[in-house]
Design a protein around this ligand. Structure first.
Ligand code: FE2
Ligand code: FE2
Length: 397
């Protein structure tokens, strides 16, 4: 049982007897289906008195019951006055009449009345009609309140989403700036490597798109929150070369064994640089409490691309991470293949002649399961034509 509490009815009726009858009928506690309420009825004999009470502000009814037996103009005026006042316009009005006149009834509804009752009153019918309008009004108020609350919530969600998107955009811009700054610094040290990281990024993108289309390493790719930033972070894979001596970096001949060992350090040095950058700066830039790189952070992937891109699948001659096969982080296995491909076909290496696309592909395929992850070689075979076309386009430019 829902208790609707005290429901105040303001009755305007110039007929003393009718007013008293109505006050008796609409007085006391009642149950209507699942609802209980208490009616309290105030009777006023004239329009003037009614507005005096209303204007005093001390009494606001839940329902008006207007017995307007004078001419139609008066009736229009009273209802019009109530409907033009913000305080009363939503309070239901029931009109009472002695005789049924359908034209007048229609005119009353047109003005804003919600129901009609007829004298002499039938007690049960009068109570039910008043109850129905009070319940309807209470439900309307509830809907209005819920709609308003929904609007507030919706606006708050929109504002939040906008803030979230702005923060995400700012974060993306910062990530791009960091990657570009790294590549620009690297290019300033070694133009050849600067071009290499841009090309490997494009090859990697084609390779990854093919692998996703084929469903290779589905779990690994589905775990990426931002595929674009994952790929872009690979452009930092040779950042460690900044820390390699000019004598080695810019040597125009093949490196000797000692120099090769020193050059190999660019992988671990690069990863160290990226991780230290995150430790020192990302916390400030992205307001993160946890400075440890974790999956999903672009610097986490960048560090893994850098550290493991020279690892070999069978671990015979890779960089000394003591990892092999699937222990090698996915980023390293992915990049290894396009990194070698570019190293072989690049025409800007001062110390050796570029290989043809076909020779480079045959070399990579020959190292399937030896230096490279077999599933990634399978995807590579399917993009060979795309890579060839890309190289031809770039040569044409
Ligand atoms: Fe490298
Ligand atoms: Fe590289």
């Amino acid at each position: 049982m829902t208790n609707l509490g005290e429901q105040k009815i303001l009755l305007l009726d110039g007929n003393f007897k009718d007013g008293n009858d109505c006050k008796r009928i609409l007085g006391g506690a009642f149950n209507f289906r699942d609802y209980s309420l208490t009616f309290s009825c105030m009777v006023v004999p004239s329009e003037g008195e009614m507005f005096d009470i209303l204007d005093s502000g001390s009494y606001i009814p839940n329902l008006f019951l207007l017995a307007l037996e004078s001419d139609e103009t008066d009736c229009h005026q009273v209802i019009g006055k109530l409907k033009s006042n913000d305080r009363y316009k939503n309070i239901p009005i029931i009109l009472a009449a002695r005789e049924r006149d359908e034209d007048k009834e229609a005119a009353g509804f047109e003005l804003g009345a919600v129901d009609y009752v007829y004298k002499p009153y039938n007690e049960a019918v009068l109570r039910w009609r008043v109850f129905n309008q009070i319940l309807n009004s209470a439900n309307n108020l509830k809907i209005k309140t819920l709609t308003h609350q929904k609007e507030i919530l919706f606006n708050a969600m929109n504002a939040n989403e906008e803030l979230f998107l702005n923060t995400k955009l700012r974060e993306k811009q910062l990530q791009n700036t960091i990657i570009n700054a790294g590549v620009i610094s690297l290019t300033a040290r070694d133009e050849c490597t600067g071009r290499h990281v841009d090309r490997t990024y494009r090859y990697l993108k084609i390779l990854v798109e093919k692998m996703i289309a084929k469903g290779y390493y589905k779990t690994e790719f589905e775990g990426l929150t931002d595929q674009e930033m994952f790929l872009k972070s690979a452009r930092l894979h040779d950042i460690g070369k900044i820390a390699i001596s000019d004598l080695i970096l810019n040597k125009d001949k093949e490196l000797d064994d000692i120099e090769k060992e020193l050059m190999k350090e660019h992988a671990s040095k690069g990863a160290e640089m990226i991780r230290s950058f995150k430790d020192k700066h990302e916390k400030v830039l992205f307001d993160m409490d946890d400075a440890e790189p974790k999956p999903g952070d672009f610097l986490y992937h960048a560090a893994r691309f850098a550290e493991y891109h020279h690892e070999q699948w069978d671990s015979n001659d890779g960089y000394p991470s003591e990892k092999n096969k699937n222990e090698i982080p996915f980023e390293g296995r992915l990049l290894a293949i396009v990194d070698v491909y570019d190293a072989l076909v690049a025409k800007d290496r001062p110390y050796r002649e570029a290989w043809s696309h076909e020779k480079a592909c045959a070399h990579i395929e020959g190292l399937d399961g030896i230096q490279f992850d077999p599933m990634i070689v399978a995807a590579f075979k399917e993009i060979e034509e795309d890579l060839k076309n890309l190289i031809m386009e770039e040569t044409a430019i």
